[in-house]
Design a protein around this ligand. Structure first.
Ligand code: SAH
Length: 357
């Protein structure tokens, strides 16, 4: 029995899962009224769990040193053109203090895989932030580490962790990353993080080189099965000093459609309208919110280092001050009928995995 796309949308909303051929149909192409029905369903599901609230995460890009060589990434170890920096603890704490005054209640510490930041240093940093801002959540996004390290960060007070799987297909993973990186270790990290009790974010780039619809399907099933609290989805954008410099970027339509599908498959997920989405289209983030997203991550990094954390070409907001970014985001969010919530914005109904960690 074959369904129409409108029926598939309703079935996905009710069951959060569909057989492969039906999910594949929703990946497009869709007729304009189907596209609109998918987004409307995604907005309704978001509103049922989170109302009109959109959460702000203050992103602090604290190091662009990286030991990895991901072929797509502008701060890969092999990029000699990248001008490297590290923020010291004082500057990071200053970013947080400024962010707090602007209404941020989550700080995301993101960086390359920089072992200068030992477990000890990162733990001290997390403790210092939590001491000064006990009402805030701290999110780490520092790549793959040992389980014991993740445990130590969690002990120190880290609440959440972002680690995109990038792709769940082993061959495609190898196409995007040289050895010794493996999808097995990536998934091991995600599993450890979940067991320890973090709110975990995974995710993929849309339109990464070599990505097929079948890969996207695999990722959708993987994520539905894993049950993350957050999913980071943005278009791949080429960077001029990487092996993928000549590859085409992911598209707006594809990204928006996937955001809406994820909202239906993971109704309570925290779903950012990413900076990459805002980079490929001037209203990308607003359109993301209209497709079911409910998080934005303005940059709190000091203006002097922002253009150095260049994961891809053309990254937006590298020249603005944090306060400008917040006002600009507030306007954008209001323009699509939503409002900025001053709160930690934890995942609805989140309870850490019981008896583990
Ligand atoms: N070292 C950390 C943070 C990586 S940067 C980690 O491994 O998790 C955060 C995300 O940016 C990556 O997970 C990747 O999906 C995305 N990214 C990197 N290069 C990109 C590019 N060229 N276009 C779009 N997104 C990119």
């Amino acid at each position: 029995m074959t369904m129409t796309n409108l029926e598939r949308i309703e079935r996905l909303r009710a069951d959060t899962i569909l057989p492969p051929e039906d999910l594949l149909a929703l990946l497009g192409p869709l007729a304009p009224e189907e596209e609109e029905a998918l987004k409307a369903a995604a907005r309704e599901v978001r509103e049922a769990h989170y109302g009109k609230d959109v959460y702000l995460r203050g992103l602090i890009e604290f190091t662009n040193y990286c030991r990895c060589n991901c072929y797509y990434c502008g701060i890969r170890a092999g990029n000699r053109e990248a001008s490297r920096y590290r923020l010291d603890e004082e500057s990071i704490l200053t970013c947080c203090a400024r962010g707090y005054l602007l209404g941020f209640r989550t700080f995301v510490l993101q960086g390359g895989e920089d072992l200068f930041f030992t477990d000890e240093k990162l733990c001290r940093l997390v403790r210092a932030i939590k001491e000064r801002h006990p009402d805030c959540a701290v999110t780490l996004s520092v790549g793959e580490r040992e389980r014991a390290s993740y445990e130590a960060f969690f002990e120190a007070g880290a609440d959440r962790y972002l680690l995109r799987q990038e792709t769940s297909d082993p061959a495609h993973y190898r196409f995007l990353h040289p050895e010794p990186q493996t999808i097995e270790n990536r998934k091991r990290c995600l599993q450890d993080l979940k067991e320890i009790g973090y709110q975990v974010g995974c995710g993929i780039m849309l339109g990464s080189p070599g990505q097929t619809k079948d890969h996207i399907l695999q990722d959708l099933y993987y994520m539905h099965d894993f049950g993350p609290q957050m999913v980071g989805i943005g278009p791949f954008i080429p960077h001029k000093d990487t092996p993928f410099r000549d590859q085409p970027a992911g598209t707006l339509d594809q990204t928006l459609r996937l955001l809406a599908i994820l909202r239906l498959m993971l109704p309570r997920v925290l779903l950012p309208a990413t900076t990459a989405l805002g980079t490929i289209h001037p209203r990308g983030r607003e359109l993301g919110i209209l497709s079911g997203a409910n998080v934005v991550m303005p940059n709190l990094s000091p203006a002097g280092v922002r253009e150095k954390y260049m994961l891809y070409d053309g990254k937006i907001c590298t020249g603005d001050e944090a306060a400008q970014c917040v006002r600009c985001m507030e306007r954008r969010i209001a323009s699509v009928g939503c409002r900025v919530a001053v709160s930690r914005g934890d995942a609805a109904g989140f309870t850490p995995a019981a008896g583990q960690g």
